[in-house]
Design a protein around this ligand. Structure first.
Ligand SMILES: [Zn+2]
Length: 71
């Protein structure tokens, strides 16, 4: 089995990112605001290659809120 371009996996957690950017109706990721700080966690060679998954975005947002309450 050949691994094609790894666009269907989250660059952060390696899970299926369920990106549908190639489909006619587009992908959830074009509507979702991905935090810049999260994008910066993506290795340079993976940037712009594949979507970060919703789980990682949610996780990041939760962490951020936690930080806010901790302040
Ligand atoms: Zn992920």
């Amino acid at each position: 089995m050949t691994i094609n371009l790894d666009a269907s996996h989250c660059p952060l957690c390696q899970q299926d990112n369920r990106c549908d950017v190639a489909s006619p109706q587009g992908c959830w990721c074009s509507l979702e605001k991905v935090p810049n700080a999260l994008i910066q966690q993506v290795p340079d060679d993976k940037k712009g290659q594949s979507c970060i998954c919703q789980t990682c975005i949610k996780k990041f947002n939760l962490t951020k809120e936690d930080n806010f309450t901790a302040l």
